[in-house]
Design a protein around this ligand. Structure first.
Ligand SMILES: [Zn+2]
Length: 218
């Protein structure tokens, strides 16, 4: 079941944090060729990896273009451009949907700022969605990518997350092991799985508030 207490914004930040120390380009390549088992989850993952890859390249722009079912993903840095492994049309649709959800962009054309608070700094982005005949574009512009690594600004995740003294209940997506931790776990204590955790903490009065498990999610 989809966890409604985790906003798309928070979830994308968590995905970025989670894959921060992995080999983005290798993961992206693997995603392009493998069958997507969980489209929603993979949409977030693809978006996170593409953003991280673009950040690593110190890119000014990350562009997704779709024309006649063929998709190109380009990272632009100065007058250089690098192609990233393209997602499937379904995956791009999910990723675009995530961006629309976060920025509240509706309709065929629109622009909106997007700030992601990550473990290693803040990412200031400008998102643009454009439709031109049969061509569709999603362009993400990096506002200050060169300061990314050095900046130590408070992260957006901390603002949205429950107070630090409230433990969060997590369920491992691989082995269903449930446990508590104050932040997104690195690894499942049960099976060692990484990056696949569902926050099953209760955020409504019906199940007793934080500190309890939401039985609808567990
Ligand atoms: Zn596990």
């Amino acid at each position: 079941m989809e966890n409604l207490s985790r906003t798309p914004h928070l979830k994308l930040q968590e995905m970025c944090d989670c894959y921060l120390e992995t080999d983005f380009s290798k993961q992206l390549t693997a995603m392009g060729s493998s069958k997507n088992t969980d489209l929603m989850e993979d949409g977030y993952k693809y978006l996170a990896l593409a953003l991280l890859q673009a950040t690593t390249e110190q890119a000014q722009k990350l562009s997704f273009a779709k024309e006649d079912g063929s998709i190109t993903v380009t990272v632009t840095k100065g007058n250089q451009s690098i192609d990233l492994p393209a997602p499937s049309p379904e995956l791009l649709e999910v990723a675009t949907g995530v961006v629309r959800d976060i920025t509240h962009l509706e309709g065929e054309n629109g622009k909106s700022p997007l700030v992601l608070g990550l473990k290693n700094g803040q990412l200031d982005l400008l998102v643009e969605i454009k439709k031109d005949g049969l061509k569709e574009y999603l362009t993400i512009t990096f506002q200050q990518s060169e300061e990314m690594a050095a900046s130590e600004k408070p992260s957006g995740a901390a603002i949205n997350a429950p107070p630090a003294d409230e433990p969060i209940h997590w369920k491992c997506g691989n082995c269903n092991f449930t446990f508590t931790a104050s932040s997104l776990p690195e690894q499942c204590p049960g099976c060692g799985e990484k990056c696949d955790f569902l926050n099953i903490t209760c955020y409504t009065p019906e199940c007793g508030g934080p500190g309890n498990i939401d039985p609808r999610l567990a």
